[in-house]
Ligand binder design. Structure first.
Ligand SMILES: [Zn+2]
Length: 387
């Protein structure tokens, strides 16, 4: 038995105007200072006012939100008593909003207790709307929550199906001004979600189509969105792709490229999408034999001709590297500016963190320690994996 969860998704041009139709009294907007400065909070507030709602803004979410930030936001929610919560931003703001909502409904809980097993009976006090301002994490359409325990210096993977948003607004107006580098980094995250969602050991009939479509959208539209940020069609299709991939991997799982990418990000402060996107072709090669048929499906779907299924993984990895190269992404750790000394010093920690990452269990081929280390050496040097 398994589940498929999704918010109501409102997408396309002017999707934001749906906010003017909601019914309620008070909304609590969870976002970051930058989005407030850019005027995005005002755009949301205007629609809420049109719907007859009062609102309050919490614009203090930092990248990699801490437990402390979540507790502070939840406390303000308890004082304000909203019946709608709006998570506006990238993954950080939307994840923080999900966690604050749980603590608002359950003041007795601490964030570490948010897990898929314990029923929480949410929605007694409020409902959640997510509005994504990047085309990447897919957090608008997933129930996972990533928070950072700053005292312990580690990331916490939390979440329950119940804290999935009620409505996700996927309006391309919020990504019209994203710089090319952010577009490229976050776009590689979308591709990684979709490829992993299709090839993890938890893949299923309900997510397969979503993952394949998202992969196709990335290959067709990401280079255009990076080359010309004003290409409205490319922006809209990439924004859709992020949410579609979110539904895909959120209802199957992410896998080894995320385990490897997370630890690269922790060691070298590489942005999430760039790190997992860098790892992706290597993990395709590493898991290729185990999932050959599925990689062949993807290869066919994006127009890579391959004779037998066994030929597909390396050809698909090559196609991913070509895409990455075309949008200025690094193809090796070396290219990101990491020296050989830095790499060797970090290697034990990189390996340990990847092995302990929750996403590794979903990999179609589970590596042992020696294989993880070996894989990092290939990623550092930029050589296709052949073991
Ligand atoms: Zn990701």
């Amino acid at each position: 038995m398994w589940y498929f969860n999704s918010p109501l998704i409102v997408f396309g041009e002017d999707a934001l105007s749906e906010l003017a139709c909601i019914e309620g009294r008070k909304a609590f907007i969870v976002t970051d200072a930058n989005l407030a400065r850019l005027g995005y909070v005002d755009m949301v507030a205007e629609k809420l006012t049109a719907a007859g709602l009062q609102y309050r803004v919490f614009a203090e979410v930092e990248p990699d939100p801490s437990l402390d930030t979540v507790q502070r936001g939840a406390e303000l929610m308890r004082q304000y008593e909203p019946d709608w919560i709006v998570g506006l931003g990238g993954g950080s703001s939307m994840d923080a909003a999900k966690a604050m909502w749980v603590l608002y409904e359950h003041p007795e809980m601490v964030p570490n207790e948010i897990n898929p097993v314990v029923p929480m009976k949410l929605r007694q006090k409020a409902r959640l709307i997510t509005i994504s301002t990047t085309s990447g994490t897919g957090a608008e359409a997933t129930w996972g929550i990533v928070l950072t325990d700053t005292a312990e210096q580690r990331k916490l993977a939390l979440g329950s199906r119940e804290n999935m948003a009620d409505m996700a607004i996927v309006d391309p107006i919020f990504v019209a001004g994203l710089p090319p580098q952010v577009t490229a980094d976050t776009g590689m995250d979308v591709l990684t979600h979709a490829v992993e969602g299709y090839t993890t050991s938890w893949h299923n009939d309900f997510t397969d189509g979503l993952c394949l479509k998202a992969i196709q959208l990335v290959f067709d539209y990401l280079p255009r969105a990076v080359a010309d940020g004003k290409d409205k069609e490319a922006r809209e299709r990439m924004h859709n792709a992020a949410a579609i991939a979110g539904l895909g991997f959120g209802n199957s799982l992410a896998a080894m490229a995320h385990a490897v990418g997370h630890s690269i990000g922790a060691a070298f402060h590489t942005p999430h999408g760039r790190a997992v996107g860098l790892a992706l072709p290597y993990t395709v090669e590493f898991t290729g034999e185990t999932m050959a048929e599925r990689y062949a499906d993807i290869a066919r779907f994006v127009g890579v001709g391959c004779g037998s299924s066994q030929e597909a993984p390396p050809l698909l990895a090559k196609k991913i590297r070509e895409l990455a190269r075309g949008i200025g992404q690094p193809l090796s750790l070396q290219e990101t500016g990491i020296s050989a000394d830095q790499f060797e010093a970090a290697l034990p920690k990189l390996t340990e963190n990847a092995e302990n990452d929750a996403t590794l269990v979903a990999s179609a081929r589970i590596p042992d320690s020696a294989e993880v280390q070996r894989l990092y050496r290939y990623i550092f040097a930029g050589k296709p994996v052949d073991f």
